[in-house]
Write a protein that binds this ligand. Sequence first.
Ligand code: NAD
Ligand code: UD1
Length: 330
Amino acid sequence: MAVLVTGGTGYIGSHTCVEFIQKGQELVILDNLCNSKAEVVDHIETLTGIRPRFYKADLLDIDAVKKVFDENDIDTVIHFAGLKAVGESVAKPLEYYTNNIVGTLNLLSEMRKHNCFNLIFSSSATVYGKPKTVPIKEDFELTTTNPYGTTKLYIEQILKDLCVSDNRFSVVLLRYFNPIGAHESGLLGDNPNGIPNNLMPYVTRVAKGILPHLNVFGNDYDTPDGTGVRDYIHVLDLASGHYAALKALSERGVHIYNLGTGNGYSVLDIINAFERVNDVKIPYQIAERRPGDIAECYADASKAEFELGWKAIRSLDDMCASAWNFEKNL
Ligand code: NAD
Ligand code: UD1
């Protein structure tokens, strides 16, 4: 039996593939390469000694999805594939709703036709909108502020409805906080196209001299140093969280977990840690707040620890060192 990883050549998917192969799991990857490269499959092979079967296929192409299920014995799907840029989703809502939601619907209908009922879905802390308090627990109110976030919320709802209608399904919704860092080999990491939106890839490009300085979006938030606070989690911890989540699939219905560390770090904390660990300078300027940003967002991750036996173990220093090691290797 194989696990199908949609979006398996992407940032989080590729690290998760390595984790699963190292645990002895047979994998099949489906990705249309709209935001990743085929050579990631080579890197996964280099790191594990095993080459997963790879399909360059689009979830919007239902015949291509069917082919993957016809040709493989898939009992579980880890569904990473989706578009994820918040700003772009505001400019292109139809593309985001189509890609993320129709893509998921196609996947689910092929899963059901092929008697595959286990799914782990990449959700996001973005579904908590602007939380009233922190740390954030799984039962907090859900709301979104942009089309990207709304696709995540709608897909969560679709999956909940599906489980009510068909009790053969087991679904785990993993709400990621802020994944950063890279594989220690420097072969896998976050390499967004164009100018990065997220903090860490921006910082690494400033460190490398590709971008002149970092804009710190606001220093007047109600936080210890005035800059935004987030729950940064090492992508390898996130990957192991997916393996731990398999346990929850043994019980039918929907299971929801925050994957974060429970620690909040500010933008200035990140700059200081990155400079100290890597012995490089990150020139920065204080800029206007970014529209839609919130002051503080960090997880209560105790449910995942209690029920899955999973806990993030890597430090902020590890995250900064591995992110820089990856950027230097590019
Ligand atoms: P990524 O862009 O690196 O990976 C996503 C992969 O999906 C890419 O390789 C892309 O080519 C593929 N893809 C997109 N649409 C597709 C389609 N229609 N058919 C086939 N393949 C398709 O992103 P990532 O950071 O690895 O994120 C993975 C998932 O986790 C996404 O669903 C994202 O929304 C979610 N997530 C990411 C973050 C984050 O900060 N990176 C935070 C929360 C949630
Ligand atoms: C962003 C998305 C969120 C998504 C998450 C993970 C927005 C509004 N939100 O969250 O939906 O789930 O990424 O993909 O885009 N910062 C700077 N300068 C920069 C970049 C960021 O100061 O150049 C600050 C931000 O203001 C924030 C922190 O760094 O305080 C982290 O930003 P980012 O990495 O973009 O993540 P989020 O805002 O948490």
